[in-house]
Design a protein around this ligand. Structure first.
Ligand SMILES: CC(C)(COP(=O)(O)OP(=O)(O)OC[C@H]1O[C@@H](n2cnc3c(N)ncnc32)[C@H](O)[C@@H]1OP(=O)(O)O)[C@@H](O)C(=O)NCCC(=O)NCCS
Length: 143
């Protein structure tokens, strides 16, 4: 079952999120950071729940962004399924949910960045199967 996690329920994303983002700290630190800093910027969380567990088996974090270049679009910050729950379609269903939500909000597109290491091979297969294509290089430098 898919449901959006509102402020106050952010901690339910912790187990799945910490597998993707091991540096997020303790559960309470993660929840406070999301609720106090990310949500006011428009960040939202959606989870896939299986009935035997109160914590989400898979989560996605996303936001609506406006840019002159790309119009209004949904940007997916995070997508992660707990190791024990992979290969059952949870992340695929979360992607379908986000794309439906992007359509509902009249977005022009659905965007994300994904690293190029071998640890992202599963994710890349999923994205291509969802008809995403590589549209840009992402560049950065530390400051
Ligand atoms: C990438 C990731 C999110 C995918 O999550 P997932 O829930 O396993 O994804 P899905 O189950 O939707 O799809 C995975 C595979 O299971 C298959 N599958 C889906 N439903 C299935 C079912 N009912 N029975 C059997 N297989 C199924 C899919 O076809 C897909 O097959 P493939 O690997 O051969 O392409 C997960 O591997 C993960 O968290 N990885 C680490 C973090 C990460 O890389 N995140 C992305 C950052 S950019």
């Amino acid at each position: 079952m898919i449901r959006e996690l509102q402020a106050g329920a952010t901690h339910l994303a912790y187990k799945a999120m910490s597998e993707l983002r091991p540096d997020i700290g303790l559960e309470s630190v993660f929840a406070e950071h999301v609720d106090n800093n990310l949500r006011p910027e428009g960040y939202r969380l959606v989870g896939f729940f299986v009935k035997e567990d109160t914590y989400a088996a898979a989560v996605a974090g996303f936001r609506i962004v406006h840019m002159l270049a790309w119009g209004q679009f949904m940007y997916c910050d995070d997508l992660s399924t707990r190791s024990a729950h992979r290969g059952q379609g949870h992340a695929g269903q979360l992607m379908d949910w986000m794309i439906d939500e992007a359509k509902r909000l009249h977005c022009d597109g659905f965007h994300l960045d994904s690293g190029l290491g071998p640890d992202r091979a599963d994710a890349h297969r999923l994205y291509f199967n969802k008809r995403m294509r590589i549209s840009a290089f992402h560049l950065m430098r530390p400051v």
